[in-house]
Design a protein around this ligand. Structure first.
Ligand code: IP8
Length: 270
């Protein structure tokens, strides 16, 4: 069962409008739901990002760096609730299309230590998958053994779950056509990196720099953070794709193993 598991992450910039706090791209959410509704096999797990729901609040209260004073306790409630609100919109859209999803909150499942997952209780995820439900998790506020509170990104989640649940593939649906040599939205000379393999990944990682545009509202590390998480999963033999989830039927195609423009990590064992 588990060797066929596919994990799909839907980026916050796909499903929300990052320029406006608390705004969703409902057309995109509904389109992704319709595409997933056509995917008839089970063994799918979905994670979504925070976009304009989680990130502005997490940044305002600096939650990724822990809790500074007891007065800020309410910021945890607000940030987690913002993620539940976004999750609820997605869950509703999926259930409207008859997709058997189940929402699971990471704050109930994971503890981090200095921002990295330290403990987890995966039974609810495993049981959901066994019943052919599609668990939907999200980037979330989580309790941290060292800092009190932290932000667990969807990217860390998918790589951790990919490795623990022995997923076959991880698919990252983003708002660009894959991983580029620089940000294609701000640099016309940016080139698509088509394949990441054992012989070229080190060179690619070291050529990457923090992108100031990306960092502005994204508290969990932007593209470089994403890349480092993914290399970790690729080294465990998981095949990974970064594709544009806003483009037509890309999600449907990739789930069905059809070719889609994007970046592919071949998956290898070191
Ligand atoms: O967008 C972050 O999740 P991400 C979630 O996957 C919050 O990094 C609460 C900011």
């Amino acid at each position: 069962l588990s060797d066929l598991l596919q994990i799909l992450k839907i980026g916050g910039s796909v499903i929300t409008d990052k320029s406006k706090p608390m705004s969703v791209n409902l057309d995109v959410i509904n389109s992704i739901a319709s595409q997933i509704a056509k995917f008839k096999k089970s063994n799918l797990l979905i994670v979504h990002g925070g976009g304009s729901f989680g990130h502005p609040l997490a940044k305002k209260y600096n939650l990724a760096n822990g809790l500074k004073s007891d007065k800020e306790i309410i910021s945890i409630s607000k940030t987690h609730q913002a993620m539940l609100d976004l999750n609820n919109i997605i869950i509703k859209s999926f259930i409207d299309k008859n997709i058997p999803v189940i929402s699971l909150s990471p704050i109930d499942i994971f503890y981090t230590s200095n921002g990295r997952i330290e403990k987890s209780f995966l039974d609810p995820i495993k049981t959901s998958l066994r019943l052919s439900l599609i668990p939907i998790l999200f980037g979330d506020t989580v309790y941290d053994l060292k800092k009190g509170i932290s932000i667990l990104s969807g990217d860390q989640l998918v790589t951790y779950l990919g490795i623990k649940l022995k997923a076959k593939r991880i698919i990252l649906g983003t708002d660009t056509d894959g991983l580029f040599t620089s940000d294609p939205k701000h640099n016309h000379g940016a080139l698509l990196i088509e394949e990441i393999r054992p012989d070229n990944y080190k060179e690619i990682v070291s050529s990457f720099k923090y992108d100031p545009h990306d960092k502005k509202i994204d508290v969990t590390g932007g593209m470089l953070g994403k890349l480092n998480e993914l290399i970790n999963a690729a080294k465990n033999g998981i095949e990974i794709f970064i594709i544009n989830a806003k483009y037509k039927n890309n999600i449907e195609k990739i789930l069905n193993n059809e070719k889609v423009k994007g970046t592919r990590f071949t998956g290898w064992n070191t």
